[in-house]
Design a protein around this ligand. Structure first.
Ligand code: URA
Length: 212
């Protein structure tokens, strides 16, 4: 099976994890992507935000959530009363997965990671959460939800309520709770953008409430 486990250094700090992740070959996604996109933000954050995978702009920049979905996310956090600079931002999968469809030119079209890739990359996410020790983990969309809560996770059924954080390495939960919501890119694709955005903000207010 694909796994990042042999690439994850033990007892490493965040800088060492980041450096090791740059050389991860735990699954085939590193071949086509430009680089590993690890994380950004505050290592002492009370909130860890987990997205799906870097997009085209993130793959170029080497930073998560710097493209259009990131702008939606930062605005929604702010509106929910969460300072985006006080969060730790990462993804369930650390490489950009895409396809190039010749009829659509040279653009790299995002492809959702599959369960094998998600499982392969999970040791990075677990190590990050162990280091940051947040109070709340936010799963942004179905992929992040599955990475944190298992393959039967459904965002429509489980969003917007604090869920018990599962054991992340067979030992102890990584946080007091997980709150799931839609992926911010869903706002950009929605027929009713305003209502979809309102739903995202409302779920993030639950996060703010859980922080007390
Ligand atoms: N979408 C994600 O899930 N993560 C990013 O970093 C950018 C877009």
């Amino acid at each position: 099976a694909y796994t990042a486990a042999p690439f994850v250094p033990e007892r490493a700090d965040l800088a060492a994890l980041r450096a090791a992740a740059a050389g991860c070959r735990g699954c085939p996604l590193h071949r086509a992507a430009e680089r590993t996109v690890f994380s950004s933000g505050d290592a002492d954050a009370r909130v860890v935000l987990v997205g799906e995978q870097p997009g085209d702009q993130e793959d170029r920049a080497g930073q998560p959530f710097v493209g259009p979905a990131g702008r939606v996310l930062m605005r929604a956090l702010d509106e929910a009363g969460i300072d985006p600079t006080e969060t730790y931002v990462t993804n369930a999968v650390k490489h950009f997965k895409f396809e190039v469809v010749p009829e659509r030119g040279k653009r790299r079209i995002h492809k959702a990671p599959n369960l094998r890739e998600l499982t392969a990359c999970r040791p990075w996410l677990v190590a990050e959460i162990r280091l940051v020790e947040p109070e709340v983990i936010v799963a942004l969309g179905a992929t992040a939800g599955k990475a944190l809560l298992g393959p039967s996770f459904r965002v429509t059924r489980q969003r917007g309520v604090p869920l018990p954080c599962p054991e992340l390495d067979g030992e102890a939960p990584g946080a007091e709770c997980v709150v799931a919501t839609i992926h911010p890119s869903a706002v950009l694709r929605a027929a009713d953008r305003e209502a979809t955005y309102r739903g995202l903000v409302s779920d993030l207010r639950v996060v703010a409430g859980a922080l007390g």
